[in-house]
Design a protein around this ligand. Structure first.
Ligand code: ZN
Length: 280
């Protein structure tokens, strides 16, 4: 990153922070096959459930046979992608559905294993919210583990995403929220300073409210949230504002005002204060 400025000291309640986590909008996971459910380890629990079914036991399948990330049960032709990428010499690569598995990512025998009438591909086609509903219908302990891993994704407003949705198709904001969800899944995390860079970019007003609830939850877990933001609906919710300006780019970068939202509104030179006044 950029070289930090020069500082004489860093002070405050520093023992409250054990880790620092910068939550950017870069894609989750390096593998082309990573998705929100694998990132939160929910898919591990789903694979275990399938391995525990009567059908899988009879055939001797283990949880790894239900993985699309490793050899075993996945389609060998497309290596579990469900599609084939064709490299074009003078144009962008194109993808076509795999002819061997017809986009279903697994070998035929694996798809014959069902849990309550659904095979593993049917699960990948469900949205997060549909899967939470489906697995909540049973009170088995493995089903409970699955729901517990999926729930944080729904809590950050990503319930509409498919279980098997490739992370490369997620927007920057969606990637950021998947990372946010993963912090909820880790209940024993040490007090952490989470830094978010413009997390509301591209979000609908309703989604911003969901995001703010998620931040409140992080704070109630003993974490600290630092947000770089222009959105007044977010800024007005802050406990403490650091207004940098007064203008953008070269005409900015100076400390204009600090304090609670109410304290910022009385600062004559703060543009943020002027806009904030209407929101409070
Ligand atoms: Zn295939």
């Amino acid at each position: 990153g950029d070289a930090p400025g020069t500082f004489r000291r860093l002070e405050g309640d520093l023992h409250r922070i054990k880790n620092v986590e910068f939550v950017d909008q870069n894609p989750i996971g390096k593998s082309t096959r990573s998705n929100p459910a694998t990132y939160l380890k929910a898919f591990d629990e789903i694979r275990k459930l399938y391995a525990s079914t009567q059908g899988a036991k009879q055939m001797g399948y283990t949880a790894s046979d239900f993985s699309f990330n490793s050899d075993g049960g996945r389609c060998e032709e497309c290596k579990g992608d469900g599609y084939i990428t064709i490299e074009m010499q003078f144009m962008a690569d194109i993808t076509v559905p795999c002819e061997s598995c017809h986009g279903k990512r697994y070998q035929k025998e694996i798809l014959e294993v069902e849990y309550r009438g659904k095979n593993i591909y049917d699960i990948l086609e469900m949205t997060i919210d549909q899967a939470i509903e489906f697995f909540s219908e049973s009170d088995g302990s493995q089903e409970k583990r699955i729901v517990k891993r999926l729930r944080p994704l729904s809590d950050v407003g990503l319930g509409y995403i498919k279980i098997g949705q490739n992370s490369s198709s997620l927007s920057g904001g969606e990637n950021q929220r998947v990372k946010l969800a993963s912090f909820f899944a880790d209940e024993k995390a040490e007090p952490t300073l989470y830094i978010f860079d413009e997390p509301t970019t591209g979000l609908h007003f309703h989604d911003i409210a969901t995001l703010m609830k998620s931040f409140d939850r992080l704070i109630s877990l003993g974490h600290t949230v630092l947000i770089i933001e222009h959105n007044m609906d977010v800024i007005k919710c802050a406990d403490h504002i650091i207004d940098i300006g007064p203008e953008g780019g070269d005409a900015g970068g100076n400390l204009v005002a600090t304090g609670t939202p109410e304290e910022i509104t009385v600062c004559e030179t703060s543009y943020t204060g002027k806009f904030l006044k209407d929101k409070l």
